[in-house]
Design a protein around this ligand. Structure first.
Ligand SMILES: [Zn+2]
Length: 124
């Protein structure tokens, strides 16, 4: 019985770790982070992100697929295109803000300036 509980606990620990790993995998790519931070400003279509971020359409589409698969981004169809938005904008903003003290010092300083400038402009 005790062994069964230990096995169940180990499995729970693994799925907990897996869930975090999936989340942090989604956040492990600079382009995905750029897209996520841009979506804090509101809903975009692929073509808007291509225009606003100067990225290739195939790049934007591939990253959006990843972000949607892991649940950070949701989409809704409209006509022939889809609108993409953050599933939890407040929580994502909180997570990125909480991580600021963990960033390398010089980049952290730049990011803080950028984030606060972005916040005072009100997003996109
Ligand atoms: Zn934009």
């Amino acid at each position: 019985m005790a062994n069964k509980i230990a096995v169940a606990e180990a499995a729970a620990e693994r799925s907990f770790a897996d869930a975090y790993a999936i989340l942090f995998h989604a956040l492990s790519d600079p382009t995905r982070l750029t897209i996520l931070r841009h979506l804090v400003g509101g809903e975009h279509r692929v073509r808007d992100l291509v225009d606003h971020l100067g990225l290739a359409q195939s790049t934007v589409s591939a990253h959006l697929r990843c972000l949607r698969d892991c649940g950070l981004v949701v989409s809704r169809p409209e006509g022939r295109s889809s609108w993409f938005s953050l599933s939890s904008p407040e929580d994502l903003t909180k997570l990125l803000t909480v991580a600021l003290p963990l960033l390398p010092v010089s980049e952290g300083a730049d990011l803080r300036t950028h984030l606060f400038a972005h916040a005072s402009q009100g997003g996109a």
